[in-house]
Every structure is written in structure tokens, then in C-alpha cells.
Ligand binder design. Sequence first.
Ligand code: SF4
Ligand code: FES
Length: 382
Amino acid sequence: MSTAHPYLPDASSSVGPPLWLLLELTYRCPLQCVFCYNPVDFASVENELTTQEWLRVLQESRALGSVQLGLSGGEPLVRDDVEEITAEAHRLGYYTNLITSGVGLSRERLTELKRAGLDHIQLSFQDSTREMNDFLSHTRTFELKRRCAEWIKSSGYQMVLNCVIHRLNIDHLETIIDMAARMGADYLELANTQYYSWAHLNREHLLPSRAQLERAEQTMRQWRERLKGKMRIFFVVPDYYEQRPKRCANGWGTTLMTVAPDGTALPCHTAKMLPGLSFPNVREHGMRDIWFDSEGFNRFRGQGWMKEPCASCEERDKDLGGCRCQAYLLAHDAGATDPVCAKSPHHHVVLAAVERAQQPRAPEAPLVFRRKESSRALAQRP
Ligand code: SF4
Ligand code: FES
């Protein structure tokens, strides 16, 4: 008789389990951030999964070997079943992480989430002042976020603050770090904008200059020293300023499975935009078939798909050719070398964007906020 734990993955498979499961419970969100990573056509996604469907996803993924769960969106708390989903995830043995703007949180809800077994909360800010926070999110949310931070701290959670960094707020790094320290944050993630989706659309406004980045790194180093032992600060340079790409999502189909609000299963947040690829829906397929056997998850697994210069590059095991979505956005070919790589024949596209970012002039195109109307208009573009 087999004594295997029911949640251990199938040992006969050479592909490991989707250790990290990210449920994008909804694309609905009261905020309208200019760097949002949700698809630009999010407004056309309807028909969110029901609570029962999400619970089935959790159960099947856990049976496959998933251990880490992210609940995100949009704003996940616009759904009233986050507590129920969290409770089931906790019962199944996931480590649960809620990624929220704070809108929709209350003291009572936090108590309920804690009772349901929520392990971790990540609260986002857009900047350190009410004016900039509210401008960048196009909503009056700064005061609410401050209250949320207090509730999170007083309910005994480690406080993890996240602030997406870009050209419009990078010069405020000092006050952002100071704000986080005053709030008693244990961790501060200064996440440099990744140029996909809405951030790609607004890239001319958001890509910092080299001088801004250098000042920011210096500020960050000073504060790291000053806050040693009290608050940890994470800061990653935007990859446009690197010579080599990142190993995106730890490698396509190796670790991460994202499920979009309508049930589309994806190897990363933005893969759905890649042309010529079909991704399965959890309403029609079991998680095991999706992970191991679907075309979408297998297309860029391993290295067999690589072209030159990646195919014969000695660094290919390290970065797996970089990000497929970035390759599509910048080189119009999801199978190309990520143009961030200095060896890519398309690297000049990145250099040109970096060059433009050194100029002080304001971009001609207006900043586009993540609004339903803009999303519908963008979806109709040829
Ligand atoms: Fe990585 Fe490809 Fe660049 Fe080599 S050529 S460093 S594998 S992205
Ligand atoms: Fe899609 Fe990198 S974001 S592969």
C-alpha cells in the first residue's frame, strides 16, 4: 500500500510542481495606478471564478505540490470571499500571502482573515505623501493606507510595505523609507517598475534617469545602514539598466502558476498577450493537465525553443534567455532573446529608451491611468 502523502507531486514527472500559486482573484480595483501590471484590456475580462471554483483550484494545486499562495488582483478585497478562500488554503497547508492596496480592509476583516489563518500581508503605497500617493493611484487612499498599516501592525503581523518606484517618485526615496520606518515596517520592498502592461504604456513617464537611480541607490545604502536590525529594505535596479536579463518567474513553467480572474492559467501575469499561444482555463481542465500537458505551459519550458544568441550562450542556464513577455513587447517575438541582454540584436531598443530617459523634457503623450474607459479604448486599437 502506498504511504505517499496525497499532496506530494507525481515523482515520475521531470517537471517539478508549481510551488508558487498566484490567484488573481479579480481585476476590479478602486485604484487606477499608472504602473499597474494587469493587462491593458482588463475591462473586457468578465465572468470571474466563483468561490467554489477557486476552492477547487486550491485543492488541485495543493495535490500537485503547490505550497505558497498569493492572493492578489486587482484588489482582492473587493471580493467578499477572501476569508473563505484563505481558510481553505490554510486548511490545505498553504503559506498564504495577501497582496493588497488596503482598500476594502477594516479592523473586523483583518480579525476574520487572521482567524482564517492568513500568514502574511503585503500593503502597497504609491509614495510618502498624500498628494503623490493619491495622484499616482488617482484615488484618495493615503489616509486609509496609513490606518491599514496601524491595524496590520497592532494585529501582530510582520509589516511588509511595498512601493513601486519610478521616475515620478524615485527622488522621494528618503521620505518613503522614513515613512515606512515610522510605521514600524519590518520589510520595505522598493520594487522598481517592470515595464509591462500599463507601465509599458507609460514608460516614457516612468523610466528614471541614470542620475536618479544612482542617487536612489546611495540613499538606500545609507538607510540600510541606519536601520540595520530594525527594517530590511529590498531594492532592485530596473532591468533596462542591466546588461543581462532576469530569469523571469524563475523560468517559464518551472515554479509559478498564475490563475487570472476568468480562470485562465498562465506561467506569468502577462503571458496572455503573447500571440499564437493558447492557455487553458481551469473551468475546462484539471490543474495537473494544465501544468504538465498544456501547450501554453510547455512552449517555453527548458531551452529547446531558444534561438541564437541564447542557444549557444554559456549563460543560458542562469537566465534562460530572460523574459518572454519583454521579448515580445520589445522585439515583437516571444521566442527572441530578451532585448535587455547586451548580446541581443534588439538591445538597441532598450538603449534608446534609456537614452530618452536621460533627457529632462516631459513626454508628449499624456500619462494613462488604469481606468476602464482607457482599457476599453486600448482593447479596440488595431
Ligand atoms: Fe542570457 Fe541569452 Fe543573453 Fe546569453 S544571450 S546572456 S542566454 S539572454
Ligand atoms: Fe511573462 Fe516574464 S513576464 S515571461
